[in-house]
Design a protein around this ligand. Sequence first.
Ligand code: NDP
Length: 246
Amino acid sequence: MTLNGSKVALVTGASRGIGAAIARRLAHDGFSVVVNYAGNTERAEALAREIESAGGRALAVQADVSDPAAVAHMFEAVQAAFGGVDVLVNNAGIIALSPLAETEDEGFDRLVAVNLKGSFNTMREAARRLRPGGRIINFSSSVVGLRQPSYGIYAATKAGIEALTSVLAKELRGRAITVNAIAPGPTATDLFLTGKSEDLIEHYTRMAPLERLGTPEDIAAAVAFLAGPDGGWINGQTLRANGGLI
Ligand code: NDP
């Protein structure tokens, strides 16, 4: 039996990218893992089967995190399957880049709906349901520090998540639940790589003093620290996991 033996972790956006690496890592660390996804049933189911064939417990659950009813339904499904939730990893997120002057209402609303409202929807359920000793790990981004042109709306959603993180940590006083955020730098996933030229990727690769892109596994290791026993005294913080970028 490992340290996290009977605990249940729900990872949003776990069908691919950073979320998939987190699901694999937490399963390896002994958690029963819920692989949430938006549309990619095949990849989510394949990951759940992979975890189970390695001896873990996993359940793939479709839910668009921007839909509060779907999120409530997902938590109920997890309760029914695994008996409760101990760890919420709020990893699901989308990106869209455009200067403020060129940003359409639709694009603004979608970023806010998935990143900010989506994180709120799952945090609210977790705040109501998490068992004592639980952990909430939200996802910000190092762009909150970098503040590059065109990243305004995306960075604003992530700054909002950082604010909710420290407020919720205080609201959960007395329940032995920590709430923290991870703020990755450029990490080699679809979200980062799609639509970027080789030159731009090379530019980002060299930006951090460690002179490489982050890997999903780098970020999963930081999440595993916060989710596991060694991270128990960290609360209300945003941890930038970015190779020293900012
Ligand atoms: P990817 O685009 O590679 O993966 C996104 C995941 O989120 C997929 O599993 C996708 O599911 C899921 N998802 C998207 N929208 C929803 C939704 N509405 N409801 C439920 N699930 C959804 O992203 P990354 O792995 O790169 O990003 C993970 C997190 O890390 C995000 O919050 C991102 O903002 C943050 N981040 C990433 C950085 C990077 O450089 N990659 C840097 C800083 C922060 P499906 O497959 O079904 O579409």
